[in-house]
Design a protein around this ligand. Structure first.
Ligand SMILES: [Zn+2]
Ligand SMILES: [Zn+2]
Length: 214
């Protein structure tokens, strides 16, 4: 047993030439595997199975080194991608926070603007409330609008002084419309309510000719 040829499975006769594999120690008929003692060395010979598995191992080693190389390349590419991704992310976050600040500024600006508009509107309303407009006032080249206003007020029973009139002027020259701005609304309201009681005022009431009303 164990003396058989690994190739043909037959016994190896003492008369037959044999060759032993240096790796797996299996025996072969020299004839069966075409071993020629003149061209090959008996001390280095490997059977076809061992030669094949050796080549396969070599192939595997080659494949492994190739795979390792590819893996290293992928790893370094991934690292580069990760770095550029991180820097992009940083940039994005910076932009985002800048944008949010800007948005906040715009919002604050809008709020301030709305406040200002409301304030202006209030002021305009207040100003209008203390304005007195007189319609049907014949224009006299030597007139003093302030004097006329004081006369009208005194007709209404209210003593008006110059410093209570902020300004008095013709609203539109030659159109019999005069106006004045009084110091506050109360003075104006008093004059109007007193004039209402007298059922109107005529120009003769204040020393002028022709009819006139508030
Ligand atoms: Zn054989
Ligand atoms: Zn072998």
């Amino acid at each position: 047993m164990g003396e058989g040829c690994e190739a043909c499975r037959a016994n190896i006769n003492v008369t037959q030439k044999r060759i032993k594999c240096t790796q797996c120690s299996r025996n072969y008929h020299s004839e069966c595997i075409n071993f020629n003692n003149d061209t090959a060395s008996r001390s280095e010979w490997k059977c076809p199975a061992c030669t094949a598995s050796c080549r396969k191992g070599g192939d595997n080693k080659l494949k492994l080194s190739l795979i390792t190389e590819i893996k290293n390349e992928i790893t370094s590419n991934l690292k580069q991608l990760e770095e550029s991704h991180n820097s992009l992310l940083n940039e994005y976050n910076n932009l985002k926070s800048n944008f949010e600040k800007l948005q906040q500024n715009v919002q604050n600006g809008e709020m301030k603007l709305a406040d200002l508009c409301a304030q202006i509107k209030k002021e305009q309303q207040w100003r209008r409330l203390s304005n007195l407009e007189i319609v049907g006032l014949p224009e006299n080249s030597k007139e003093s609008t302030s004097e006329l206003i004081i006369k009208i007020a005194s007709y209404a029973g209210i003593k008006l002084t110059d410093d209570q009139i902020v300004f008095a002027h013709r609203v539109q020259p030659m159109q019999n419309v005069g106006g004045c701005k009084l110091q506050n609304r109360t003075i104006k309201d008093n004059i109007i309510s007193e004039l209402r009681k007298t059922k109107g005022i005529t120009t003769s009431d204040i020393g002028l000719g022709g009819p006139a009303k508030r």
